[in-house]
Design a protein. Structure first.
Length: 456
């Protein structure tokens, strides 16, 4: 706490965050929003005059023994997801019946309130700000918590929401009549009034400028001026050039059946992503068939996972294409990702309408240029100095369309190797991340937003 001029200790700003996905700890891998939540939490707690407390769900993790600033919301099933798959789950919210769904919300609200009460008793003051992650369950729960506390006479708390892409993707699928996503949760969220003006949510951040319009399409009564693009930051202590090499370090990350391939791999390109159709791993595999034929020493590392049927499909496609130097590594920790990016010539992430593209930033932070597709969040920051975005393929959901997309990716990989992008663009990638994607700068911006929005 900071000392005031009178000599008394000023009480810190108290912030509580509600996470949707697990953090990366106790051997459990985390999706992007979980990593981002953990980064916000740690960064806020490194700042003078700020104390942050958090909760997030997990089936396998336990509460920390040496840190009283966060807790695990224990569940007996995989973490519910909005759409697609995560590294840890393919259990959709749509598979819950209304009774299960309401029980989840009720218990989450009760556990958060109990945790907040304990913190306030210890700190001797009320929480100032409540941040919910994802424009869905957590946001509605946060609005309920604010109302509940008002009834208890605690009137200080202001709620803010950080919108991540997957909830909006789910709402869009519901609006489009996708049979796997019957209209259900968009109407629940709209009906809750959490984004009906400013009474329940004082401000909203989105992680891609493209998502401002998508959010307002779903919640048209929310004031546009309170919907702000927050540029994602990366932890450059974790994601930096590790000095790792293919010769010295690749083998330790390979599965046993792939160890014989090490001798033939002198250079590497890397894909990281969950095994979901929109991540378009099949395009990467089609690309690998082309560039493997051009460069007999170039290998491909595939990092990620998905449902068993998706793993079988992609590994089967790799075999059917006769890929000799493509290796499936499974999910990996952030430290291992940083090693793999550092030893790679280029990172390939040809997703369709990626909400933001954190993996691009992590790859660049390790001094490695990137190749993606010209849609979604990456169009806002990937420039020729850091890599390239290939033209979109309208028929990408067909086999022929995916092959054409793979051909475009292969062309750029071959160009990147021929022109040695690692040497010519790599150092600039690190500078670019340092100047534009610092976690500290992002959190400072969010704190300034919350102060301004709370005053008006």
């Amino acid at each position: 706490a900071k000392q005031t001029r009178s000599g008394s200790m000023a009480k810190p700003l108290l912030i509580f965050q509600i996470g949707t996905n697990n953090w990366q700890r106790q051997g459990e891998f985390a999706p992007g929003s979980g990593i981002l939540h953990a980064s916000f939490h740690q960064t806020m707690n490194s700042m003078d005059g700020v104390k942050c407390f958090s909760i997030y769900p997990s089936k396998v993790q336990t509460d920390p023994q040496d840190d009283d600033t966060f807790r695990v919301f224990k569940i007996n099933h995989d973490i519910p997801i909005c759409e697609s798959v995560s590294p840890n789950s393919s259990y959709r919210w749509h598979s819950m019946d209304d009774k299960e769904y309401q029980a989840y919300l009720n218990r989450l609200e009760s556990e958060i309130c109990a945790f907040m009460d304990q913190v306030e008793a210890k700190e001797g003051k009320e929480f100032d700000y409540l941040i919910s992650h994802h424009a869905f369950t957590n946001a509605m729960t946060a609005a309920q918590i604010v109302e509940r506390r008002h009834r208890e006479g605690k009137t200080k708390l202001k709620h803010f929401n950080f919108v991540h892409g997957t909830a909006l993707k789910m709402y869009i699928k519901e609006k489009e009549g996708d049979p796997e996503y019957p209209m259900r949760f968009l109407t629940k969220c709209q009906g809750s009034g959490v984004f009906d003006g400013l009474s329940k949510t004082s401000g909203v951040w989105v992680n891609s400028e493209d998502y401002i319009g998508k959010f307002l399409d779903c919640f048209p009564s929310y004031p546009k001026e309170r919907c702000v693009f927050s540029r994602i930051g990366v932890n450059q202590k974790t994601f930096c050039n590790k000095g790792s090499t293919v010769a010295a370090d690749l083998a330790k990350h390979l599965q046993e059946e792939d160890q014989p391939k090490v001798a033939s791999i002198k250079r590497l390109v890397t894909f990281v992503g969950k095994f979901a159709d929109w991540k378009r791993l099949d395009a990467v595999l089609y690309a690998a068939k082309e560039y493997e034929a051009t460069f007999p020493d170039l290998g491909t590392a595939i990092v990620g996972t998905g449902p068993p049927e998706a793993i079988a499909m992609y590994e089967g496609l790799s075999k059917s294409l006769g890929l000799q130097r493509t290796v499936f590594l499974g999910p990996k920790s952030q430290d291992v990702l940083a090693e793999l990016f550092s030893m790679s010539e280029v990172g390939m992430f040809p997703s369709y309408k990626e909400p933001f593209g954190m993996v691009f930033i992590e790859c660049m932070a390790c001094g490695t240029p990137t190749i993606g597709a010209k849609s979604g969040g990456p169009t806002e920051f990937v420039k020729p100095e850091q890599g390239v975005l290939v033209e979109e393929e309208a028929d990408w959901q067909t086999e022929e369309g995916m092959k054409r997309l793979g051909g475009k990716v292969a062309t750029e990989v071959i160009k990147a190797i021929d022109e040695d992008w690692k040497k010519t663009k790599g150092p600039g990638c690190i500078d670019f991340v340092t100047k534009n994607f610092s976690t500290v700068a992002q959190v400072e911006g969010m704190l300034a937003n919350m102060k301004e929005w709370s005053a008006s």
